[in-house]
Design a protein around this ligand. Structure first.
Ligand code: ATP
Length: 350
């Protein structure tokens, strides 16, 4: 198990700065996702950790040792890419052992490791097949097995599920998650999909424009984003300008609401308040609860039905999105009252 640390790592390609200065601390055995929009620098960061790209400044440390000048072959990292690049003329077995065959490991050791790894990735039944006879998910498992058989101390995956359909992606996510927990191998996973990052990772590093925007557990990024950009990327819909009139009260265009006070934010501060769409209770006007906190009156402007859930846009000075289970359906035009608990309002400095 290996701990990975980036110390003020910067990467320039000529005059272009791909990574400004990133600090990242990945614990031994942790699964970390590098998440961000296309071109933000995820792959470049991964390649620097792997040793495929040298940082312009800063250092990459494995277990406290500076490996910035250590070649990729010597870093003992395993890589899985979006394109599996399996050898079409070789069976599953041969594809998996190829790396060890080339290194000239003793036959006995190779066959022992093969049995172990085929078991782990559940490919025993398919060992004599050729890649063309496998499904996308099975090919992906061959690619993972081929990497794991080399016993890497760090596993790197660059959008490994991008070629799979939605259902298979879900299955492969769970497979990778279970495998990683079982083996306890430090894993760094690149994705531009926030749902994938949240489902898989212990912690997520959000990267925007070559800078680390936030690094934290999925719930933390989702519930407590440190900027509106992170909130937006994590799928937040209700972010409104407000002004603090007390440490725990914010004036908005839909009224003054109670919020949870947050360290560093003071009365008079201009802020954003974020109301999670699933954290808001919605009532027909006639059923509005007495004495509930933060009551906001409005009218339903739009309704989107997703089967198990339904999403409403409520006009209330601002358009507020509310998501709830579709046990009942309210109509467009219907007057409603919203209520939101103060601990479900997150405040971001402006
Ligand atoms: P994607 O999700 O599209 O793969 P990414 O976040 O992985 O994007 P990177 O591949 O790390 O992004 O690229 C970051 C930036 O660095 C991009 O603007 C890219 O064009 C630039 N870049 C990457 N490699 C090189 C290179 N070898 N020479 C010049 N610019 C590069």
């Amino acid at each position: 198990m290996t701990e990975v640390r980036l110390n003020a790592v910067q990467k320039r390609f000529g005059a272009f700065t791909a990574i400004e200065s990133i600090d990242l601390d990945i614990k031994s055995g942790e699964l970390v996702a590098l998440l961000g929009p296309s071109g933000c620098g995820k792959t470049t960061t991964l390649r620097m950790i792997a040793g495929l790209e040298a940082p312009t400044k800063g250092e990459v440390l494995f277990d406290g040792h500076d490996v910035s000048d250590v070649a990729v072959q010597k870093r003992n990292v395993g890589m899985v890419f979006q394109r599996y690049a399996l050898f079409p003329h070789m069976t599953v077995e041969k594809n998996v052992t190829f790396g060890l065959d080339v290194r000239g490991l003793p036959k006995k050791e190779i066959s022992e490791r093969l049995e172990e790894i085929l078991e782990v990735v559940q490919l025993n039944k398919f060992r004599k097949r050729f890649p063309a006879q496998l499904s996308g998910g099975q090919m992906q498992r061959v690619a993972i097995a081929r990497t794991l058989i080399t016993k890497p101390s760090v596993l790197m995956m660059d959008e490994p599920l991008a070629n799979l359909d939605t259902k298979l992606r879900g299955e492969m996510r769970r497979f990778i998650r279970d495998l990683q927990k079982r083996l306890g191998i430090t894993t760094i996973f690149v994705t531009h999909d926030q749902v994938e990052a949240m489902e898989l990772a212990d912690r997520v590093a959000v990267i925007f424009n070559g800078k680390l925007a936030q690094f934290g557990a999925p719930q933390e990024l989702y519930q407590q984003p440190n900027s509106t950009e992170v909130a937006d990327f994590m799928g937040a819909s209700n972010i409104f300008s407000a002004k603090l009139v007390a440490a725990d009260r914010a004036e908005t265009s839909f009224g003054t609401i109670d919020i949870m006070s947050q360290p560093g934010l003071k009365p008079g501060n201009d802020v954003y308040v974020m109301l999670r769409s699933e954290g808001i209770d919605l009532y027909p006007e006639s059923e509005a609860p007495q004495g509930a906190q933060n009551l906001i009156s409005g009218k339903i402007k739009a309704r989107e039905f997703f089967g198990a859930s339904v999403q409403y846009v409520v006009g209330a000075g601002e358009d507020i999105t509310v998501a709830e289970q579709s046990r009942r359906l309210l109509d467009v035009g219907q007057p409603v009252v919203l209520s939101v608990q103060p601990d479900r309002v997150w405040t971001i400095a402006r």
